[in-house]
Design a protein around this ligand. Structure first.
Ligand SMILES: [Zn+2]
Length: 437
């Protein structure tokens, strides 16, 4: 039987498998942009941008890519897609080696709102960014590391030793119960640089003593999978929000040249509030738009060119949405119960936890009709606090009209999430149409 899983969804699973951390997500995005002929720009250099040209700029877990329109931004505006590269997980502390009850362990802390119990009894690897002492002139160099084999595990406590579990539920103290074990504490790492530095040094092929510092995260070693009785589901880590990153990238690659300047911004640190040099509340997008607007402005109109461009611009902020859960149907507002494979979701919150206005919703609805994609709507139950995303932050910062959308999913913030196979190509189709102006 031929597979019914759309190619775009298969591409998404490969993208997630290549992206255990925001840094890898940016590297994989850059690899695809390079292959499509986008030119990498350095923040510290003058940008040789031309009308119709395609470029990108990256720092850490943040990448911004754009195809300049055939008209100047001040004349035609920007079409902006935003998403975030980070997901909740466990991060390695600065002095991580611990020995406890004969085991070698790793000191970790929680990043973002993890569903902690989903990390128990998983075969965990380690990935991220490591600074290594430089050789020659450089004081240090930054390298990506990806150890995707089961070196770590957080064992759950046997039910026989936790008799209160059935009545009290599972209560995990992050300091006490989440540190994973690395193995048995042998004599090997008793002295010297320690087990973590040894592991990272071996992975990078450098002496362990050269490992200076890191941004390292734990990750599941199990690859993404297609599931469901008719292959209608995907099971994967980091769907929130690498699915929206991949959709934005695919849309930019597919959109082709237009009068408008097409921009995608994939940001780090959304799960911890976006306030960083690489987050949506950081400066990179604003500076990029400012530089682009000024580059094509007539002399003495550089200052007003950004304001003119912004007034003609629109942003689609994409982050995953809560599908209705079969066992917790009451958690959704009636009439607003997104289904997996029911189509992309417009997210609305009058208190501006989502930036969607009636104008933004109308634009997205019109675009979806043009490409014959079904849509769904999400609004929180009034008695439940609403989550938020990058949309309200970038909308307030840039002054660009924004609509918050996302594909429906279950198990949000679990180590292993779930979505439908059909919604991903639909989101790409609407985003592509949006970028074409
Ligand atoms: Zn998210």
């Amino acid at each position: 039987m031929a597979s019914t899983v759309p190619q775009e969804t298969r591409d998404l699973l490969a993208y997630i498998d290549a992206s255990p951390t925001p840094y890898h997500c940016v590297a994989e995005t850059a690899r695809q942009l390079d292959a499509a002929g986008f030119m990498r720009l350095a923040e510290g250099e003058a940008w040789p941008v031309e009308l119709g040209g395609a470029y990108y700029v990256a720092r850490g877990g943040n990448v911004i890519a754009f195809r300049v329109g055939t008209k100047a931004p001040a004349e035609a505006g920007f079409r902006l897609l935003g998403a975030h590269t980070d997901s909740p997980n466990l991060r390695v502390k600065p002095e991580p080696d611990v020995r406890k009850a004969g085991y070698a362990g790793l000191a970790v802390e929680t990043y973002g709102g993890i569903l902690d119990y989903t990390w128990l009894d998983r075969d965990l690897g380690l990935a991220g960014r490591v600074a290594v002492a430089g050789e020659g002139g450089d004081r240090f160099e930054t390298r990506l590391v990806d150890v995707r084999r089961p070196i770590l595990r957080i064992p759950s406590l046997a039910i026989h030793l936790n008799r209160g579990y059935k009545d009290d539920g599972l209560k995990l103290n992050a300091q006490q119960h989440l540190p994973p074990m690395l193995g048995l504490a042998g004599a090997k790492d008793k002295d010297g640089p320690g087990a973590l530095r040894r592991l990272v040094g071996e992975a990078l092929g450098v002496d362990a003593g050269r490992v200076l510092s890191w941004d390292l995260a734990l990750c599941d070693t199990v690859p993404c999978a297609v599931g469901g009785i008719d292959e209608e589901l995907v099971f994967a880590p980091r769907l929130d929000n690498q699915a929206s990153c991949h959709a934005s990238l695919a849309a930019l690659l597919a959109a082709g040249e237009a009068a408008v300047t097409q921009v995608i911004g994939l940001y780090d640190h959304e799960e911890v509030g976006s306030g960083s040099t690489e987050g949506a509340d950081g400066p990179l997008m604003e500076w990029t738009l400012r530089r682009l607007a000024a580059a094509f402005a007539p002399e003495r109109a550089e200052t007003e060119s950004l304001a003119r461009a912004v007034s003609r611009s629109f942003q689609v902020s994409a982050d995953m949405a809560h599908a209705v859960h079969p066992n917790y149907e009451d958690r959704h507002e009636s009439g607003h119960k997104p289904m997996l494979n029911g189509g992309p979701v417009i997210k609305i919150n009058v208190n501006q936890r989502y930036a969607t206005s009636s104008e933004g919703a109308a634009l997205f609805e019109a675009l979806a009709r043009e490409v014959e994609v079904p849509l769904q709507k999400f609004v929180n139950r009034t008695d439940l606090a609403c989550g938020t995303t990058i949309g309200p932050i970038t909308a307030a910062k840039l002054g660009i009209r924004t609509v918050d959308v996302g594909n429906p999913m279950l198990s949000m913030h679990s180590i292993r999430e779930q979505a439908g196979t059909l919604d991903h190509p639909r989101m790409i189709a609407v985003m592509t149409r949006f970028l074409q102006g």
